[in-house]
Write a protein that binds this ligand. Structure first.
Ligand code: 13P
Ligand code: SF4
Length: 304
């Protein structure tokens, strides 16, 4: 049944010249029909170069908006219209414009998990895999980092020579993880390395053997000569790793590490996008796009 639907999707995407992009938090069956699977940085880069005129983004809304910003002439479909990222909605443009007035000598660095509207007042955009590199590379010494206080704290720690101001936004899924979850997991799996996403709280990242993006965590675990890993990011990464390396052991840091938004997209949703019966086409007014894309273009130039 799954294989049949996957086969139909693969035929339809070829017929209609559609590129399917999937964030690494998608389930295994969706990843298998995608042309490219990756973290949010790699997806943004891929969106810019994909030759197809239509893109289906299996992920959350800000990811589909990023594709539209970078490729305005493409038809971009968000696989499930309900799939938003709560962190992206946490801060609005007007509030940040006021904060900016209070700190005129600070560059606004926005995590890519933000709306297109908020990106219009950001000086730079970053992803979890490029944040440290970009904050280090930009000429400004003072940085107002929005909206993720945990990613911001992690970046600040890596670059002590710069001044950071952080606001208190973040990912409700990763922020649920506490130090006690880490201690419990380490007790159960004393030989395992702990790999965590920088959206986790500082008291979690400071206990980790490796901190990185979704792809960073996967690459680390696949290339390591160690055999056991506790995975501190969305639990789909545990499944993908187990598929790729059945001879290694991967344990979820917590059974609660599930992003309900990323879990919305199913294989039937992808099929419905291809038959024109599902998904949502992304539209963006040109002024917003032109203004918001600048910080994404800078991110790609500085983050590669
Ligand atoms: P990545 O940058 O690792 O893809 O993370 C995106 C995200 O939403 C993590 O929760
Ligand atoms: Fe947003 Fe967190 Fe889900 Fe990532 S895991 S998409 S930051 S809610």
């Amino acid at each position: 049944m799954v294989k049949d639907l996957q086969q139909k999707i693969i035929e339809l995407k070829k017929q209609k010249d559609v590129c399917i992009l999937a964030h690494s938090y998608m389930s295994e069956d969706v990843c298998e029909v995608a042309d490219f699977v990756g973290d949010s940085y790699a997806l943004a880069v891929k969106a810019k170069t994909a030759p197809q005129k239509q893109v289906i983004m299996c992920g959350v809304r800000f990811m589909a908006e990023t594709v539209k910003m970078l490729s305005p002439s493409k038809r971009v479909i968000l696989s499930n219209p309900q799939a938003g990222c709560p962190m992206a909605e946490q801060m609005d443009r007007e509030v940040i414009a006021e904060v900016k007035k209070m700190y005129p000598d600070y560059a606004v660095v926005a995590y890519i998990n933000t709306t297109a509207e908020l990106k219009t007042i950001a000086d730079y955009c970053v992803t979890s895999s490029s944040a440290v590199k970009i904050c280090r590379a930009i000429p400004q010494k003072n940085i107002l980092f929005i909206p993720d206080i945990n990613l911001g704290s992690y970046v600040k720690k890596q670059i002590p020579e710069k001044n950071f101001k952080l606001l208190s936004g973040g990912c409700p899924t990763h922020a649920k993880i506490e130090r006690s979850d880490v201690l419990e997991a380490k007790k159960l799996h004393p030989s395992a390395l702990l790999l965590v996403h920088p959206e986790c709280r500082p008291e979690v990242t400071e206990l980790a053997d490796f901190v990185g993006s979704t792809s960073g965590i996967m690459d680390f675990a696949l290339n390591s000569d160690k055999n056991e890993f506790i995975i501190g990011t969305e639990n789909s990464i545990v499944q993908h790793l187990q598929f790729k390396k059945p001879d290694k052991k991967f344990y979820p840091l917590s059974k609660n590490l599930i992003c309900p938004n990323m879990k919305l997209t199913t294989l039937p949703d992808v099929f419905a996008c291809l038959t024109g019966e599902g998904g949502e086409e992304i539209f963006m007014d040109e002024d917003t796009r032109v203004s918001a894309v600048k910080c994404i273009e800078k991110m790609i130039a500085l983050g590669g």
